[in-house]
Design a protein around this ligand. Structure first.
Ligand SMILES: Nc1nc2c(ncn2[C@@H]2O[C@H](COP(=O)(O)OP(=O)(O)O)[C@@H](O)[C@H]2O)c(=O)[nH]1
Ligand SMILES: [Mg+2]
Length: 398
């Protein structure tokens, strides 16, 4: 009797231990599985934009990707942010940097190069270096990169400025603006502080970044062999570049060897290269290859333009200058449209089209303000020329 009672007692203890063991292993593996699943999903999501099977918004918060916290894993590209600025730009620039850091760089810690035609003051250095999570460096632009070259007739340049000011052409009366455009066109990438880098992301004061950036745009450029990336495109003011295309044609006939075989000429010209249609990528945002700008092709191109004097005798902007180079000297597959980067530079906004993307990445832009499909944008033309499928709902934003 006593023995069988003991047996029942011990049998109960063993079953209890086994049950507790199974319960423990079960809960642990379930936890591990769900963590792994989440990681897998977020990885897929970051590469492809939308998670499999996801559609519509998730107002309850269910199915949201994990928050982007901590240092991003994986390798970095050899890349830097670059900003040209005056000391007086510091507070508007501080806003821009803060947004770039919050939405992206705090997890990646890329460096930031600041350039100025005057020495940066202590406030500028203190404020900016406190905000940037990577290394900061400050360069003084050599005077030969920010002055009238010897072949420019200064009287003629001054007359142009007066004439442009009278006609109320934007920045038409400004000499510094012209130095800035010439510098951004042909000299920023030659500054010593940029020598060590392969890719740059240009950031200006007073911009907005509207969404979390979960995929490293520099790595995207590197892994896909991209050379030039943009978010907004539009038409240039004709008065500022009257003779630019004539000069581009001169370059083409002097250097046919530099024109890429599979170029994007039909993005910038509607008649096979006879005339410029004024389309350009807005260069206040650029993620691009420094090697492209350092190439012999771009060097010869800039030299032809610079000798013509249009930076001073008209008011050639660095945006059409870069864009025409990207369209003609690169193959069309070298260009990239950063759909997922919500961005504003007054007065235009790029807001990602996918509602799921906007929800998952905490976007704060109003999709109704998206400029891409409006009449003054060239992005629709870009999609057509690249044979890209336009996103669902684009007609509603026209
Ligand atoms: N150092 C320096 N930077 C300038 C000067 N003018 C403009 N910039 C910078 O060049 C970029 C373009 O100038 P911005 O005023 O934004 O021109 P907009 O975007 O065409 O209206 C910005 O990053 C400015 O901070 C200048 O005279 N000196
Ligand atoms: Mg600006």
């Amino acid at each position: 009797m006593i023995a069988s009672k003991d047996l029942r007692y011990w049998r109960f203890i063993v079953i209890l231990i086994c049950a507790l063991g199974f319960f423990y292993v079960g809960t642990r593996s379930k936890f591990a599985q769900s963590t792994f699943f989440n990681q897998g999903q977020s990885e897929w999501h970051s590469v492809h934009g939308n998670r499999p099977g996801s559609s519509g918004t998730t107002p309850s918060g269910l199915g949201k990707p994990p928050p982007l916290i901590g240092k991003a894993p994986g390798p970095r590209a050899n890349a830097t942010f670059v900003t040209l600025a005056r000391n007086s730009d510091v507070w508007e620039l501080a806003r821009s940097i803060r947004m770039v850091e919050d939405r992206f760089n705090r997890r990646y810690n890329y460096d930031w190069v600041f350039l100025n035609d005057k020495p940066f003051d202590n406030t500028f250095k203190k404020v900016t270096s406190a905000l940037v999570s990577g290394k900061t460096s400050y360069g003084l632009i050599p005077v030969e990169h920010w002055s009238f070259p010897s072949w420019i007739d200064q009287d003629k340049a001054a007359k142009t400025r007066e004439d442009f000011a009278r006609r109320e052409i934007i920045y038409g009366g400004s000499a510094p603006y012209r130095h800035m455009c010439r510098f951004q066109s042909g000299f920023f990438y030659r500054q010593e502080l940029l020598n060590q880098y392969k890719y740059y992301w240009r950031v200006e004061p007073s911009i907005d970044i509207y969404c979390d950036i979960s995929e490293d745009p520099f790595r995207l450029m590197e892994e896909n062999n991209k050379q030039y990336g943009f978010v907004i495109s539009l038409y240039e003011y004709r008065e500022t570049i009257e003779t630019l295309w004539k000069t581009v044609k001169k370059f083409i006939s002097n250097h046919p060897e530099h024109i890429a075989k599979d170029n994007l000429m039909d993005f910038v010209s509607d008649d096979g290269g006879e005339n410029y249609n004024l389309c350009h990528f807005w260069s206040n945002f650029e993620i691009a290859s420094l090697d492209f700008l350092r190439s012999q092709a771009y060097t010869d191109y800039f030299e032809t333009l610079d000798k013509e004097g249009g930076f001073f005798y008209e008011r050639w902007g660095d945006a059409p200058v870069h864009s025409i180079a990207a369209a003609l000297l690169l193959n069309k597959t070298d260009l990239h449209f950063f759909e997922n980067i919500g961005y504003r530079h007054n007065p235009f906004v790029h807001c990602p089209m996918s509602e799921q993307h906007r929800v998952d990445h905490g976007c704060t832009c109003n999709p109704a303000e998206n400029f891409d499909w409006k009449g003054y944008s060239c992005t629709s033309r870009y999609f057509d020329r690249q044979n890209m499928v336009k996103p669902d709902g684009y007609e509603l934003q026209m």
